[in-house]
Design a protein around this ligand. Structure first.
Ligand SMILES: [Zn+2]
Length: 132
């Protein structure tokens, strides 16, 4: 998925495509943030710490689930003297592991389809679907 397509289908901006990995029923797209800076003051004077892998589920393609694989970090903002987990603006909340676009699709389906059916279709926990 091109950078442009990621933006228009999932609202992901500021990231670039790195690679695809295919597993039985899923496509995993590795993406990387293009640049790191403080969202409050705009400074690039930061240090990335504690790298960890995040798998974010997006809207599936016809037959395969789609995941975005991202290396997340704890960011130390040297000029602001602050430390926080980097923000991913395409998530409905910081702890979510589905894109806002997938959440929106679930919300649009909810009046027409049972929570169980939606959960099975997207292969999600029904509680997550219920709470969308
Ligand atoms: Zn700052």
């Amino acid at each position: 998925m091109s950078t442009s397509l990621m933006y228009h289908t999932h609202g992901i901006k500021g990231f670039q495509h790195k690679s695809y990995r295919y597993e039985a029923d899923k496509v995993i797209q590795r993406i990387e943030r293009k640049e790191f800076f403080c969202e409050e003051c705009g400074s690039y004077n930061i240090t990335r710490q504690s790298p960890h892998i995040l798998l974010i589920q997006g809207i599936p393609t016809l037959k395969k689930k789609l995941f975005f694989e991202i290396e997340g970090h704890l960011i130390y903002y040297k000029d602001c003297k602050g430390r926080k987990t980097e923000s991913l603006t395409f998530l409905p909340n910081p702890k979510s592991r589905i894109t806002t676009s997938l959440e929106r699709s679930i919300v649009e389906l909810r009046p027409h389809v049972s929570i169980k059916a939606i959960a099975e279709f997207f292969d999600l926990n029904w509680r997550l679907v219920r709470d969308c």
